[in-house]
Design a protein around this ligand. Sequence first.
Ligand code: SF4
Ligand code: SF4
Length: 404
Amino acid sequence: MLKVIVRRCKNYDREKIKRIIYEIFSSQKFLNRLNNLDSVLLKPNLLGPYSPEKGVTTHPEFIAALIEILKDYNIKISLLDNPGGTVKYEKVLHDTGMEDLSKKYDIEILNSAISGIRKFRRFTSVRQLPVRRPDNPRFNRGGMEGGADENIEYIISKPVVECEAIINLPKMKTHTLTLFTGAIKNCYGVVPGLAKSNYHRIAPNPTEFAKIVVDIYKIVKDKIVFNLMDGIVGMDGDGPSSGDTKNFGVILGGTDAVALDFCASRMMGYNPKKIPTIKFAADQTQISLDDIRLIGDFSENFVLKNINIRKSKITNLILNSFSTPLKNVFQKLFWAYPAYNPEKCTKCGICVKSCPTSALKISKESPIPQLNRDKCILCLCCIEMCPENAAYLEKSFIAKYLIK
Ligand code: SF4
Ligand code: SF4
């Protein structure tokens, strides 16, 4: 049986978080393991240059509480994430509070661009869907016959492959592409920025993309010694970056990422068995989802109140509908495309550089990036990576009505 511990925690009071993490470690009999560790790599969610209050990235006080415990055990600590697209790592570290954290506690922040990469063979067969282009007859015939099984390699940051152990520090959020983002999806951050866009291009369909996420998770799984989820403040609605900041008031911890995601997503109101990353990861790591137990301050089936997961479910349905035989009908009724708010857009060009299919352009004449809908594969990278929250998903009237 796999156990996950949940504790109530209303704010980022470091001393309180420290007590909770210590109790979680203790109840999972993890303190003995700490005695035997020389070094650990922390893997927070540093999606982009967001301030900690936005609920997008793992909060620095949460990480600080963990660092203080690890220091008591004389463990050498380093930290690494790979923000998406072409966002500058230094800016992300500054804006998310990691730069200050590194100075205060003298911990090493690793940079995959400098530290190198390792390559791995793909495990799972991913059914590639054709890229949407007017001149692409495979797509125009309905999208189902795609299936070229391109022989891809996974690119992983070298320090991740070579480290002794990882503590995975996900954030509790909705995700319009994968429904929910937690411990499994946080492992996707071991892929350096621009390589991520390439995997979106290879698997634009959300379900196929989930297989890639699970493949990456499997590469690093054996390194992960513990998963601690920052669910104190997270995000619902159009997560992972342009949704609504929400105070969930919880911390979850456990040794298994699948079990942790199972419990956290159920607390948010999802049916975890229908979340592709959880389903595929459980299948491939021989975990029975019926053998997971939640222990702590809430009952097993407790669901947090007033959490909007509906937006992520409808958007996910729309994105998946593009690869069904009824694609053309769906598309007329439930279309969704990225759009850009001219009042917020600074024309920084991050979205353009992050787009895996070159569907975006910036010109002097236009105040916002110009989208070529025929090239867009709806990977939503431009929305995730926009530092100004200027990019959003524009939906058809019916789609908006359903979300309401
Ligand atoms: S939409 Fe966002 S990422 Fe794109 S150019 Fe405007 S501000 Fe930059
Ligand atoms: S325009 Fe945005 S959603 Fe469309 S393919 Fe490019 S990055 Fe993805």
